[in-house]
Write a protein that binds this ligand. Structure first.
Ligand SMILES: *[C@@H]1O[C@H](CO)[C@@H](O)[C@H](O)[C@H]1NC(C)=O
Ligand SMILES: *[C@@H]1O[C@H](CO)[C@@H](O)[C@H](O)[C@H]1NC(C)=O
Ligand SMILES: *[C@@H]1O[C@H](CO)[C@@H](O)[C@H](O)[C@H]1NC(C)=O
Ligand SMILES: *[C@@H]1O[C@H](CO)[C@@H](O)[C@H](O)[C@H]1NC(C)=O
Ligand SMILES: *[C@@H]1O[C@H](CO)[C@@H](O)[C@H](O)[C@H]1NC(C)=O
Length: 367
């Protein structure tokens, strides 16, 4: 009798302790956050002043927890924000230091947003690939260096990978193609080299692939056209060579294609000008041949920039039948012949046509 009372008492004590623990964040999560904070230095806003007390789920700036488990779920620290802590809405934050590997102890993390602090350096902690619930990794606008962890592909729930505007080097790891939930990939303005992995087309959920401003070389893999949700492909300002795969023009929802500032050769695939694309920038490459004569009343472009290439022949007559072309730049090529006349085409300025071999007619000199 006495023994069972004691065990009942012990059981209820355990339950009490357990429920108390569930009402605030686990001490191990709190310790991991404090170690994370210790590696950073934020001199102006004092965001970390709120990181005090036992319960890291309660009013710690930028931290939110799962309401049931009380495990830390989100780190959301933005150096450019509408948050009232910034007082003046256009004031921007600054932080330096590094991202401590201690965040990998926060095993339930679903998002890590440490964006636009300008001064955070060091590398992306390798252990980040062991966070099974991670959906968002956004480290844009810092000075992070080193490589993308080679086994990033383990993050099968990751839907946003944004490490733009940093100093990332190395190649895109092959495993990146295993990010089967990835929708938004932004690696712009880093120092990433190597080629686009041949299996990149496995990223079937991808809708934006922004790789501009790196040192990526090699060909555009034709498998990119298997990504049927892709709406925005930006490979501009790299060292890409080879020709444009014709299959890109057959992609169902591709709306923006920026390939400018590379070393692309070959001719413009016919499909590209008769496609869902409305922003097309192929400027500053080594593209040859004629401009395909495939425009029609269904052609609707916000931008066609083909300037600084090696295009020859005449401007196709069908271009005047396009329903809309907002910005056209054919300058700095080897085009020749009469500039087509008609409807919207008559409003274009000379700058759209200058520096060609022998174009003539309005708005240039009469033929
Ligand atoms: C961060 O910047 C401060 C000056 O604002 C400097 O004293 C400190 O050494 C820097 N810390 C790191 C880790 O770079
Ligand atoms: C991608 O995932 C598959 C299946 O889990 C695995 O066998 C393969 O090694 C992974 N590829 C890379 C490059 O990590
Ligand atoms: C096209 O790309 C070139 C080279 O990167 C750039 O200078 C130009 O502004 C772009 N054109 C448009 C219309 O954005
Ligand atoms: C562009 O490609 C051509 C032919 O492959 C090569 O000779 C040239 O060096 C390349 N230019 C640049 C800037 O990479
Ligand atoms: C343009 O594409 C449509 C289908 O998307 C096709 O029916 C049409 O023939 C093509 N036009 C030209 C000139 O290739």
């Amino acid at each position: 009798m006495k023994a069972s009372t004691t065990s009942l008492w012990i059981t209820s004590l355990i339950l009490m302790l357990a429920s108390a623990a569930v009402n605030s964040c686990p001490p191990s999560d709190r310790a991991a956050l404090l170690a994370f904070k210790a590696a950073l230095h934020e001199p102006y806003l004092g965001i970390f002043n709120s990181w005090k007390g036992i319960d890291c789920c309660h009013k710690w700036y930028g931290i939110s927890c799962d309401p049931l488990t009380k495990r830390v779920a989100d780190i959301n620290l933005r150096g450019e924000s509408e948050d009232p802590i910034f007082e003046n809405p256009h004031k921007t934050g600054y932080m330096n230091g590094t991202i401590s590997p201690s965040i990998c102890k926060l095993q339930r993390l679903s998002s890590i947003i440490i964006a636009d602090w300008k001064g955070i350096s060091g590398t992306i902690p390798k252990c980040i690939t062991s966070l099974p619930y991670l959906r968002i990794l956004d480290l844009i606008g810092n000075q992070i260096s080193g490589e993308i962890p080679f086994d990033i592909g383990k993050l099968t729930r990751l839907s946003v990978l944004n490490i733009a505007d940093n100093r990332i080097t190395g190649r895109m790891p092959r495993s990146i193609a295993n990010l089967s939930s990835l929708m938004h990939l932004d690696l712009r303005n880093n120092r990433i080299s190597g080629t686009i992995p041949i299996n990149f087309g496995k990223l079937r959920m991808l809708s934006r692939a922004l790789l501009s401003g790196n040192r990526i070389y090699g060909k555009i893999p034709y498998t990119i056209s298997y990504i049927y949700r892709l709406s925005d492909l930006d490979l501009s300002l790299n060292r890409i060579s080879g020709s444009i795969p014709a299959s890109i023009g057959k992609m169902a929802v591709l709306a923006t294609l920026n390939l400018d500032g590379n070393n692309i050769t070959g001719s413009i695939p016919v499909t590209l000008l008769n496609s869902s694309i409305s922003i097309l920038n192929l400027s500053r490459n080594a593209i040859e041949g004629n401009i395909p004569n495939v425009f029609g009343p269904r052609s609707y472009f916000t931008v066609i920039d083909l300037s600084y290439n090696k295009l020859k022949g005449a401007i196709p007559k069908s271009i005047a039948s396009a329903s809309y072309i907002g910005h056209l730049d054919l300058s700095h090529n080897h085009l020749c012949g009469a500039i087509p006349a008609g409807s919207w085409f008559d409003h274009l300025e000379a700058s759209s046509f200058v520096y060609n071999d022998c174009l003539c007619g309005k708005p240039l000199k009469p033929c």
